[in-house]
Design a protein around this ligand. Structure first.
Ligand SMILES: [Zn+2]
Length: 426
């Protein structure tokens, strides 16, 4: 069950409680709702002596979606989970558009202008804006959780696989089906090395098999230098021939070359790792191979937040995920620079930007609209888009409903750069 985060009167994080307990505290007047997303209640008295059990926030970073899970290591319970969707691609597109528009504007006037490169310095530690936005999203959420839950440590999936573990010569049973950690690490390595393609036919298969370039039956070893990624058909067809006999002498050479470090280490994860270290909590490093292995060993389904819960060596033997509803967080950005919308020829098509605050609402606020009569009768909970006329739109999980009168709206969470929905219950 997803638990409810609790802080005391002095905003000190306490141990999260069962939703039923939270409901009781709220209805008995012992607590009030502090925040909707994530849902946090605040007690009406201080608890200076409380010793909450330490929790761990676990992060599975992705380029589009990052999984977040708060786990109680002692009980193996997932306390809270979320999936955070980034807007890296949007940031990139916005910058590309801006660049094109500026260039167009310069070219329109044919007079030659010397380039001005005197204002083009990049500060130390500069990151591309799309990447920076992802990093900021994760750091923002770790810090938000830290304010509402007794988080004492972080687990973070930094690298795809553990080079030391797979370089070790005595790995037996490399077949990942046999479920050794080293096998999983090797599989991650091979996927990356062979670029998610069958080494023989270059097909992108759905089920991978691990092929011994010199077969085991003919004295081939289990070392990664003797392994290639293969689809089922090629693996069957090859049988007990070596890659050379099968007509692929290049593969034997290819497999001997170690994967370049640059390919194995993802620069954005390192940047995020450095930024997370500044938070000051102890960080445990996990590998992608171990995450998958942990999840498979515990027979858990695949989801970003479940992967997050499985990051690292500290993962408890049994993880309880029943009834967890992950919060789906989507980074939306805050407003935009564009003053009005242009038509196809670049002329202003609309009026300039209106006021951002309309009848007490801003675009991006999460709100509840109760429409008593008419064709749009019903209750809607979602993200508001305001219009100066007082006729608002609301975007719910089911879609956008247009033209609702502002007087029917009740704010539940003020705009903070993200939109929220509840995910599927586990
Ligand atoms: Zn193949």
């Amino acid at each position: 069950m997803s638990q409810v985060l609790v802080i005391d009167h002095d905003k000190k994080p306490l141990h999260p409680v069962h939703p039923g307990r939270a409901r009781f505290l709220l209805s008995a007047g012992h607590a009030a709702v502090y925040r909707r997303y994530p849902f946090v209640i605040i007690l009406k008295e201080a608890k200076p002596d409380a010793q909450p059990e330490p929790l761990r926030v676990k992060i599975d970073p992705g380029s589009q979606t990052t999984g977040l899970a708060v786990v109680n290591d002692a009980t193996g319970e997932v306390v809270w989970a979320a999936e955070l969707s980034h807007r890296g691609q949007q940031v990139k597109e916005a910058l590309d558009t801006r660049r094109a528009q500026r260039r167009g504007r310069r070219q329109r006037h044919t007079r030659y202008r010397q380039p001005r490169y005197d204002n083009r310095t990049r500060s130390e530690g500069w990151l591309p804006p799309s990447l920076n936005s992802r990093i900021q999203n994760v750091v923002t959420w770790v810090e938000r959780l830290q304010r509402s839950a007794p988080i004492e440590s972080i687990s973070f999936e930094l690298v795809r696989f553990d080079m030391q573990l797979i370089e070790h010569p005595d790995i037996s049973g490399i077949e990942y089906q046999q479920g050794t950690l080293a096998g999983w690490e090797s599989r991650e390595y091979l996927l990356l090395k062979w670029g998610y393609r069958c080494a023989y036919c270059h097909k992108e298969a759905t089920r991978w098999e691990i092929d011994h370039i010199i077969p085991r039956s003919r004295g081939g070893s289990n070392r990664v230098s003797n392994l290639a990624l293969s689809c089922h058909d090629c693996n069957q067809e090859k049988g007990d021939r070596t890659a050379e006999e099968y007509g692929h002498p290049d593969i034997q050479l290819e497999a001997k070359k170690p994967l370049k470090d640059a390919a194995a280490v993802n620069s954005s994860r390192w940047a995020l790792y450095k930024r997370l270290k500044q938070i000051g909590l102890p960080i445990e490093i996990g590998t992608g191979g171990r995450t998958k292995w942990n999840r498979t060993q515990r027979e858990l389904p695949k989801a970003h937040w479940i992967d997050a819960a499985c990051v690292g060596q500290s993962t408890p033997d049994a993880i309880t995920i029943q009834g967890i509803v992950p919060l789906l967080i989507k980074a939306m950005g805050r407003q935009r620079r564009q003053m009005c919308l242009p038509d196809a020829y670049g002329f202003p098509r609309t009026r300039g930007k209106g006021k951002s605050l309309v009848h007490g609402f801003r675009t991006g606020d999460m709100a509840k609209a109760v429409i008593p009569t008419g064709t749009k009768v019903g209750t809607y909970v979602g993200r508001v888009a305001v219009r100066e006329t007082g006729s608002f739109n609301i975007t719910t999980a089911a879609g956008t409903i247009q033209g609702l009168n502002a007087r029917h709206f009740m704010a539940i969470h003020r705009v903070d750069g993200y939109s929220y929905q509840n995910g599927q219950s586990a």
